[in-house]
Design a protein around this ligand. Structure first.
Ligand SMILES: [Zn+2]
Length: 459
């Protein structure tokens, strides 16, 4: 159940719609987790709204700009365990994966829990209020990883789309993962169904949803892609996978399937408005047309694409063609952070370099991190500050040296200039879950870091 919160005294408010002016002198009222008033302290507010706010929690936003909560559309939180790993530096995706898969056989339910707590905490500290996670590593006996992730999300207070991944083609059958990380399809499908029945809440403003997400065409066979799609559509849950990430993958797809990754996805029933792909870096004009026509979305992960030498996603061409685009931090072994604000600025700068004057504007880039991501997750009620939308936002105190002179357009600032230290408050569903470095939901950052290092046996 959402909270009641009145955010007052703010310097400015950015709605998240690129065309909207920055608002000043606004009161933001959230009731039951939903925005019920956003406007000035006018007569209507004094006579009709103010009396309802007696019992309401008040958040004093003096000196702060209010931004819409951001939406992260691609991640692998378990990779916090192999973050900043020196043995994989300089490798492209396939070599990087082959080096990391043996390390990931050490994933346990307990590690899934602690890495998720840490990744989610970092996301919240940098303005993210909704995240998905693509978890596809289930070593024997560790089927409960997603259950622990949902537990972590509840403890942090973030909206969570947990995604049940899978791998069915190991090394011996021409796939990338080692054979002991491959699951049998019956287990994958039974577990996927159990997770949907246990956790998926399809209602607007829900705090948790389930996504089905075979890892990639380089580690999953066609039958499992098809069966996963059947199951997802039976329950009305969304579908996600990695696609067209590197030139190596394009070569693999042409050699093994005789077609491009997008054509292959069409064959297995994976082009539809309930699907979004991570990366989509290497696409031709026909691929883009197909994605737009089918209503497929794309999660752009700029830092990961740069680190793994993958290439540059044609964000501008996708966006102008009508493909829905969101931003994702990608896993913590290829980024290596869970900082969506940093990702927003990186994506902006990379597009400026790649596209020149045709690139998306800073305001449009902020919208990709908000409504763009919400659209991929099927959550039209998220990513924007308007009456009737979710009460998810973050506050940034702009009374600091690094923001002096930046006030000409607060909506452009996160992309052009960047926000480099944790935000001042993060609100999810009308509840203040993080403020001034403190957590309000039974989460003790230092204790969790200590537990994580104990489990991993390192510092
Ligand atoms: Zn990924």
């Amino acid at each position: 159940m959402g909270g009641d919160l009145w955010i007052t005294n703010s310097t400015a408010l950015v709605t998240g719609r690129p065309e909207d002016p920055v608002k000043t002198g606004v009161e933001l009222v959230i009731e039951g987790g939903v925005i019920t008033y956003l406007g000035s302290r006018d007569r209507h507010f004094q006579e009709r709204i103010l009396h309802r706010l007696d019992q309401c929690e008040v958040l004093d936003a003096s000196g702060c700009v209010i931004y819409p909560g951001l939406v992260n559309t691609h991640h692998h939180m378990y990779q916090v365990m192999t973050r900043n790993h020196p043995d994989v530096e300089g490798l492209g995706l396939f070599g990087w994966l082959e080096r990391l898969f043996p390390m990931w056989t050490g994933v346990t339910e307990e590690l899934a829990y602690y890495t998720s707590l840490l990744a989610m905490a970092e996301l919240v500290q940098f303005g993210c209020t909704t995240t998905m996670d693509h978890h596809y590593v289930f070593p024997k006996g560790q089927l409960g990883c997603l259950d622990r992730q949902f537990e972590a999300a509840e403890r942090i207070g973030i909206r969570f789309h947990g995604s049940r991944g899978s791998m069915s083609v190991g090394h011996s059958r021409g796939g990338l993962p080692q054979d002991d990380l491959v699951e049998d399809p019956d287990t994958v499908l039974a577990e996927s169904e159990r997770l949907i029945r246990t956790y998926h809440d399809p209602h607007p403003f829900s705090m948790r949803q389930v996504v089905l997400s075979p890892c990639a065409p380089t580690s999953v066979d066609a039958a499992l892609f098809r069966e996963t799609a059947d199951l997802a559509r039976r329950y009305g849950v969304r579908m996600h996978t990695h696609l067209a990430e590197t030139m190596d993958e394009i070569t693999y797809s042409r050699e093994k399937f005789g077609r491009s990754p997008v054509e292959y996805m069409d064959d297995v029933g994976w082009l539809g408005p309930d699907v979004w792909f991570a990366h989509a870096v290497h696409l031709d004009g026909e691929d883009i047309r197909r994605l737009a026509e089918a209503g497929v979305g794309v999660a752009h992960c700029a830092s990961s694409n740069m680190k793994l030498h993958s290439g540059i996603c044609p964000v501008h061409r996708l966006y102008r063609a009508g493909v829905f685009v969101g931003l994702g931090v990608d896993g913590s072994a290829s980024n290596d952070s869970s900082n969506l604000l940093a990702e927003l600025r990186t994506a902006y700068l990379l597009q400026q370099l790649a596209e020149g004057p045709e690139a998306l504007t800073a305001r449009e880039m902020l919208a990709l991190a908000g409504t763009g991501g919400a659209r991929l997750l099927g959550r039209e009620e998220l990513g924007v500050l308007e009456v009737g939308k979710a009460g998810d936002c973050f506050l940034l105190n702009i009374d600091r040296a690094e923001y002096a002179g930046s006030g000409r357009d607060w909506a452009a600032m996160p992309a052009t200039q960047g926000i480099h230290r944790p935000v001042d408050a993060t609100v999810v569903a009308g509840k203040v879950i993080y403020r001034d470095g403190n957590w309000y939901n039974g989460f003790h950052e230092k204790e969790v870091i200590h537990q994580f290092h104990r489990l991993l046996g390192t510092r």
